[in-house]
Design a protein around this ligand. Sequence first.
Ligand SMILES: Cc1cc2nc3c(=O)[nH]c(=O)nc-3n(C[C@H](O)[C@H](O)[C@H](O)COP(=O)(O)OP(=O)(O)OC[C@H]3O[C@@H](n4cnc5c(N)ncnc54)[C@H](O)[C@@H]3O)c2cc1C
Length: 473
Amino acid sequence: MPTPTEYDVVVIGSGTGGYVAAIRAAQLGLRTAVVERAPTLGGTCLNVGCIPTKALLEHAHALKVAQAANEWGLTIGQAVAIDMGQVQTRKDKIVKGLTGGIELLFKKNKIEWIKGSGRLAGKGKVEVTDGQAQTLTATKHIIVATGSQPRSVPGVEIDRKRIITSDEAIGLKEIPKSILILGSGAVGVEFASIFRRYGSEVTIVELLPRLVPIEDEAVSTELEKSFRKQGIKVLTGTRVGKARAGAAGVEVEAQLPDGSSTTLAADYLLVATGRGPVTSGLGAEEAGLRLERGYIHVDRTFQTSVPGISAVGDVITFDAPGHPQLAHLSSAEGIALAERIAGQPFRAINYDQVPGCTYCDPEIGSVGLTEKEARERGYDVRVGTFKFGILARARIANEVEGFVKIVSEKKYDEILGVHMIGPRATELVAEATLALRLECTVEELIRTIHAHPTMSEAVGEAAHAAHGAAIHA
Ligand SMILES: Cc1cc2nc3c(=O)[nH]c(=O)nc-3n(C[C@H](O)[C@H](O)[C@H](O)COP(=O)(O)OP(=O)(O)OC[C@H]3O[C@@H](n4cnc5c(N)ncnc54)[C@H](O)[C@@H]3O)c2cc1C
């Protein structure tokens, strides 16, 4: 009989990596405990990441429709405005429902939530402090899924009042008159869309020459065009120096692409320059884990340098840098790892087939190689692009910006990547992800019948376009 503190698997961290790994391990018959120090389960994604930001964006979308009342033939009595109190209440209710839902799933799967901070404490041992202090034994495996947290850049000190991160931005009770956003990755451009729609003066500052720098270049160009049209000020190729916070706002020194210096001022500075690993208090170094720039180094099966300890999610890195920090990826890693621990064959993840979604307006969905990456890998590249604006469904929805772009290669007609910006792109990318997973040819996508009238017709038409045969363009 196991003692009350003895488990097959102990997971540290209950984010989308940790909680999903725990559920899969429990499904496979492993006695599982999760150590979590936050007051709720679900980690970054549910509490301060994907879910609250998407809730804020959905409010922005509702406002967008209401602002176009004339177009829709709606009669709205008063001037359209947004009530931040109601926005926050609704967002918090959604978060509470979902984090509570994980507690229920833990109960259903007989997973124990041990409240406190977990620390690696020797072979198969996890010491819990700050809460239900005790030492847990993991007879089979320890999974580290401690995630990530916001980080800044030199010269910019986060004070969480005027110089804020996404953690504070999601809870703002007032609509800033003006906000500077540092960084144009997914987090930066999503908040740019939120605050601009809510009525703020938004300036987005990016060091690299284009917005959303990891996306296909055509997507960056389209987003910048749309942002400028919406009145978002875009400063690309701009280096930020020192930031000073006062009682009423911030001032930021910046160097523009032509080398000239300027001072940018706003009510708030939102630092969205990426996230760093969380290993504080974990005892990672003492346990002998190999760390790279603070991240836990793992191999492609998520095994760390110490037998019996594996890691998944935002906290990990491989030999090659650039492990994406995505909720669905951390979950997929958690599942693959739990199955390995339970003795099943390891099902490796193909990192060229991980979809990325950015829920700015217009939305971005992408999977696979960009056109540039495909060319760099030596493929004989063939591209097909189709604009949403041509589609009946897009016109009906009054969402006519953007396109779907298919990157394929000529020899086998294989689809290498699909990049889209426009209405429902974050949903449409699912079809593209399956196409890559099944190593589809463009021809197969052409022969796949896309229902009419739907946004998905843009995917079918982009495939036609790759063969030089778009029907509606
Ligand atoms: C604003 C924002 C929006 C985002 N939007 C999206 C999106 O739309 N789609 C998407 O795919 N991704 C999104 N992400 C990224 C996504 O949230 C992360 O990739 C995901 O949460 C990573 O999961 P994880 O399990 O690795 O870590 P985390 O979710 O960070 O969870 C780690 C957990 O471990 C706990 N912990 C840490 N150390 C200890 C310890 N020693 N003891 C006990 N507990 C500990 C923490 O309290 C935390 O609960 C977003 C992120 C942000 C910030």
